[in-house]
Design a protein around this ligand. Structure first.
Ligand code: PRT
Ligand code: ZN
Length: 300
């Protein structure tokens, strides 16, 4: 199998925290693929789109260098790459298109249990271990903090135990790893989630069109994921109040009910989750026969 230049290439993580979500998202966009024997790329069967399966750290570089047209990667990795290119006098040639609502975590400063932390000034004159050297440096500079950065490529959380650092700066999601290493989170540097990035290199029209089509589908999947379709009956007299209660609903459809002059049916796409409390409030306002359905695809 060979990857043709006329096809779109999307870099995704080969294995790890983002791998399955990335594959799943692209499948939802209608892409069907066959994986190569060496498992390094997937050939798009029904669209001229191939997937390159790589380490997440390589994704921003592959997109910036125009080896791949799109990439799915953590914001944290993109940010680090951007800053490190900038330090070397270069600009990253990729742009972030959408945040994808998975791979949520935060880059945070943590201190050993029992250490007093009285705001960011407590970091002055200390050593902080991290794999995110550039992100941490930018954060310290922004906050006028003088601290030494100790680079650790992994297992950052053991640095204080080894006497190599006073604090650490690492990714946290549940906080269990910190707790297991007797560390406590003291400050969030930034929040992160998976994002889709696009090369800024000029593309042929056909390729650009295909990318736009794919991104439109992606937008549809993301919108659908956070949307619900709600149907209910409402007394005409309470129409305005009930429409007000529908979360994130823009233009509800109001349909007369055959044989009932008093009531109407309301159908609406809600661009947010619909909680039980909302349904209870709608019922209190006079709504009945409430139905909430998931939305699978959306094209606006
Ligand atoms: O092999 P490759 O280089 O591709 O993968 P990797 O090992 O570098 O990355 P991977 O798969 O661990 O993470 C990929 C991306 O997932 C990261 O770049 C983040 O964008 C996102 N992500 C989300 C996380 C976490 N949550 C996370 N918890 N990445 C890492 N962690 C680690 C963290 O470094 C710490 O060691 O998990 C530990 C903490 O987890 P909690 O749940 O105990 O707080
Ligand atoms: Zn990695």
């Amino acid at each position: 199998m060979q990857i043709s230049e006329q096809r779109i290439k999307i870099a995704i993580q080969k294995s790890g925290r983002l791998a399955d979500h990335s594959r799943d998202l692209l499948e939802r966009c209608g892409l069907k693929v066959t994986q190569s024997k060496d498992q390094l790329f997937c050939y798009g069967e029904n669209m001229p789109i191939d997937l390159l399966l790589v380490r997440d750290d390589d994704i921003p570089g592959l997109v910036s260098d125009d080896v791949c047209d799109l990439g799915i990667v953590g914001f944290n990795v993109c940010n680090e790459k951007k800053l490190s290119l900038r330090r070397n006098g270069k600009e990253a040639l990729f742009k972030q298109v959408y945040a994808l609502d998975f791979g949520h975590c935060r880059l945070a400063i943590a201190a050993p249990d029992g250490v007093d932390f009285n705001g960011l000034e407590s970091l002055n004159g200390t050593r902080i271990a991290t794999s995110y050297v550039e992100s941490l440096r930018a954060f310290l500079d922004e906050n006028n903090i003088q601290a030494e950065i100790e680079y650790f490529s992994g297992a950052v959380e053991i640095a204080p135990l080894l006497g190599k650092a006073d604090f650490i700066c690492d990714l946290v999601s549940t906080g269990k790893t910190l707790a297991a290493n007797h560390l406590k989170e003291v400050h969030t540097v930034f929040e992160s989630e998976a994002v889709i990035i696009q090369t800024q290199a000029p593309l042929e029209d056909a390729k650009q069109e295909l990318i736009e089509r794919m991104l439109q589908r992606l937008d549809g999947v993301l919108r659908a994921r956070e949307s619900k379709y709600i149907m209910l009956h409402a007394p005409r007299s309470a129409l305005a109040q009930i429409i007000d209660l529908l979360p994130g609903s823009e233009y509800p459809t109001v349909i007369p009910l055959e044989g009932d002059g008093e009531k109407v049916a309301i159908h609406s796409v809600c661009r947010e989750d619909v909680f039980w409390e909302t349904l209870e409030n709608l019922k209190k306002a006079g709504a009945s026969s409430l139905l909430v359905l998931p939305v699978e695809k959306m094209l606006v």
